[in-house]
Design a protein around this ligand. Structure first.
Ligand code: SF4
Ligand code: SF3
Length: 549
């Protein structure tokens, strides 16, 4: 088996990708990612000792977070970027070990054999990755739990990095990530202990989402109800994709008065909801839809695309097209320009702006507006109206339909589900899952739209806050007693941390689809199913009936 990866919903054959990723990830990239993850565990072993002795570990903490993020599905396809990270990991491992030793730590043997991490060719790389990758854990249940925790950490790392970019950090989250990486190397941990750790990972995922919510809202204001333009202007444009709002701000600032307009794509759509970004006249709105439609939509957009995070869909059809793709943060694509921050966090986006100036104006692919901005603060402001509608029986049930979108046709289920829901129900959404129904005309209930979009996947935190607020208003002790149903769509590892956060809050009866994760072993799946009454999706009508019963 040249590689093995089963971290996302599209895992090959429903079990795992073994030759090349369904996502387009090459065997060598998958193997480099395995080596990097293993090295992070090595760093964490020293880091734990250093932390316990009060050493400043910020550089290593950030490196771990950024590296975990770069291994998320569809974030980085650039082998050189992973080679660089591996080189840096070796240097950081050495440095943090020295610091820990200087602070009094004693390590039993020297495991700093840098040479073993420099494979001579792909064959050697494959052999090394096999030794440390997913399948190196032989027991299926231990493997399942270890990987579920790893993917949760990846999602947590993504949110932690966005908050960090805005100057917000929580040492407890860094500590949890490092200590958990160490635990993933501990063969003495039992299944029960690992299961417990999975739930704690969910708790910390919630903390990371709360930190990012604080970072985003304190930096850019609370999202507010917004009608987002989906047509185009007469100027050339830049399309910004991904989740990082700091990049959004820097790009908007640098394009002021340049004659170049800015549009969001996919998960950047919610940037339109923030008050701080509304002052830019050249911020036109959103172009296109979900990540997996990017090839056709980027073609008609004509201008350059800036990827601030996942999801990138390879392969790009032509080399000329590749010149239009720019990456930053933990993303990467071979042959495309990567824009790094300077020591103050500033990024110079002038190559992207120049590329836009030489581009045709975007082709209009749709017209009109979509509505969003229903994050927790805005919904709480509407609480009286919502409570009134619930009390009068005009809203019978809320459906949380957060998470990811994906390219496979079974996801039509979510469009049909939204269409067939009774008119006295409201969908609470966040993440790119919304593109399956956010342009449908589902109407409103006394002025409350039937699809309330809180924002990006991390804004699932808002949905949790809303549920807790409703529990308070209706004086319900257990959130499971609220008229809220959960039909979550997942694709990548940010959805894993959201899912674990929901479980750690004790939320039951979630439907997770379109399929259960390949990384759940039979026994682990059974435990979660029994403990949390988890199910997966079936037929739309039957599922709706089940939710409403
Ligand atoms: Fe396969 Fe998903 Fe891994 Fe890509 S990220 S290699 S599609 S399991
Ligand atoms: Fe989407 Fe990639 Fe997961 Fe942020 S952009 S939710 S899939």
């Amino acid at each position: 088996m040249p590689m093995f990866c089963f971290q996302c919903q599209e895992a090959g054959g429903g079990t795992g990708c073994v030759a090349k990723g369904v996502c387009g990830k090459e065997e060598s990239t998958a193997n480099l990612q395995d080596l990097l993850i293993y090295l992070l565990k090595g760093i964490a072993i020293y880091l734990k000792q250093a932390k316990e002795r009060g050493v400043d570990t910020e550089e290593a903490d950030y490196f771990i977070v950024d590296s975990l993020f770069s291994t998320i599905s569809n974030a980085n396809f650039d082998n050189q970027s992973f080679m660089n990270k591996i080189g840096k990991a070796l240097a950081i491992r050495k440095d943090i070990r020295k610091k820990a030793e200087r602070a009094g730590a004693v390590f039993s043997s020297d495991i700093d054999d840098a040479a073993i991490w420099k494979p001579a060719d792909d064959e050697e790389l494959k052999q090394k990755a096999k030794k440390v990758g997913v399948l190196a854990t032989k027991n299926k249940d231990i493997r399942s739990l270890r990987e579920m925790i790893t993917y949760g950490l990846k999602g947590m790392a993504a949110y932690t990095e966005h908050a960090y970019n805005l100057g917000y950090q929580d040492p407890d989250i860094f500590k949890f990530i490092a200590y958990t990486l160490v635990k993933l190397t501990d063969d003495s941990l039992s299944i029960d202990e690992l299961f417990e750790l999975t739930m704690t990972t969910g708790d910390y995922g919630l903390k990371a989402m709360a930190l990012l919510d604080q970072a985003n809202t304190e930096s850019y204001g609370n999202p507010e109800i917004t009608e987002v333009e989906i047509g185009v202007s007469d100027n050339p444009g830049i399309l910004i994709s991904g989740h990082d709002l700091k990049d959004m701000e820097m790009l908007l600032e640098q394009t002021k008065d340049s004659g170049v307009d800015i549009y969001t794509h996919s998960e950047m759509l919610p940037a339109n909801y923030y008050p701080a970004f509304k002052k830019y006249d050249h911020f036109i709105g959103n172009y296109g839809s979900s990540w997996w439609r990017q090839r056709e939509e980027f073609e008609t957009f004509h201008g350059p695309i800036l990827f601030t995070t996942n999801c990138i869909v390879p392969p790009w059809p032509a080399a000329s097209y590749q010149n239009k793709i720019f990456t930053t943060n933990s993303t990467g694509y071979p042959g495309s320009m990567h824009i790094e921050a300077d020591e103050n966090g500033y990024k110079d986006f002038s190559p992207v702006i120049e590329a836009a100036k030489n581009s045709q104006v975007p082709e209009e692919i749709e017209t009109g507006k979509i509505i969003g901005g229903f994050a927790h603060n805005q919904v709480v402001e509407l609480a009286d109206k919502i409570v009134d509608a619930v009390e009068k029986g005009k809203i019978k049930k809320f459906f949380v339909m957060a998470g990811c979108d994906g390219r496979f046709k079974e996801r039509r289920y979510y469009t049909e589900f939204a269409e067939k829901l009774p008119k006295d129900t409201v969908i609470l959404t966040a993440g790119c899952a919304k593109y399956r129904y956010n342009k449908l005309d589902l109407g409103d209930i006394d002025g409350i739209p039937r699809v309330l979009d809180a924002g990006q996947c991390n804004d699932s935190y808002s949905l949790i806050m809303i549920a807790q607020k409703l529990a308070e208003i209706f004086e319900v002790e257990d959130v499971n007693d609220l008229p809220i149903a959960y039909n979550i769509a997942w694709y990548e590892q940010k959805a894993v941390i959201i899912f674990l956060a929901l479980l750690s809050l004790g939320i039951k009866n979630i439907k997770l689809g379109p399929t259960l994760p390949a990384f759940l072993s039979e026994n682990v799946a059974e435990t979660i199913i029994n403990k949390f009454d988890l199910t997966t999706i079936g037929e739309v009508e039957a599922d709706i009936a089940e939710f409403l019963s």
